[in-house]
Design a protein. Sequence first.
Length: 301
Amino acid sequence: MKTTLLIMAAGLGSRYGGNKQIDRIGPGGEILMEYSVHDAVEAGFDKVVFVIKRSMADIFRELAGDRIARKCEVHYVFQEYDGLPGGFCPPEGRTKPYGTVHAVLAAKDVIHEPFAVINADDYYGKDAFKIMAESLRSMRDKRIAASMVAYHLGNTVSTNGTVTRGVCETNEHGQLVKVTETYKIRPDGQGVIRDYHSAPEGVPLAADTPVSMNFWGLTPWYFEAAERDLSAFLRSGEGDPLTKEFVLPTHIDTLMHTDQLRVEVLSTRAVWFGVTYREDKPYVTAELKKLHDAGLYPPVL
């Protein structure tokens, strides 16, 4: 059975100022997601599914896809409006995709085994892929199951602006009990991390708070749930029809209550970093160079 990695790369990257998913960030000109593929293949993944826009297909293959296809099985699926459940048509003026649940659902016809989901513009670390590969192997005889790699909030914020994170609560058994999509998180001038969406003065958040960085382990059952619930979301009158999105942390939290989904929280020694803003790029490039210099990666991936 395949060990599959789904990479969500269709986002607009509006805060970054362009398609950060295909920006060359590594010291050898690597795209950030190439590190995820490299680490995943080392951990035993042998199938990669890219979720992209149709307009990105040619440049995506040229910049990274053809090289990656020499390492593992590769598929491309498209996050477009014509893939919305029930033939739903977005309102006039809508230009954005409908979020990460929509992205994952785009892969329903090419994934038939437990799979991991990640963002294209995040660095997750080698250990994270090792523990996720083990988690997926444990799901092969289960229909409804999930897991999530958790990171410390303090290691995931940016000094260049606010970020959105899935703030998690766990029980004594290491299972997820609640995940709250939390907006406008950033450090204040005194080094305290605050949620400025919930209150103008900012609600303090502990640096070691576990957060989701969209590194999920799921079974094919998730496609059934995603199609059902995305359809209901699209047809509901809630939210701005031109901008609303259905995101994985919110959906997973719902499924824990409606479908008794149990989510194992996976702890990792890995360090996360990413490029939410263009100003984040020099830091990420420097950190990647350190990893190459330390011998964790070859001179060029």
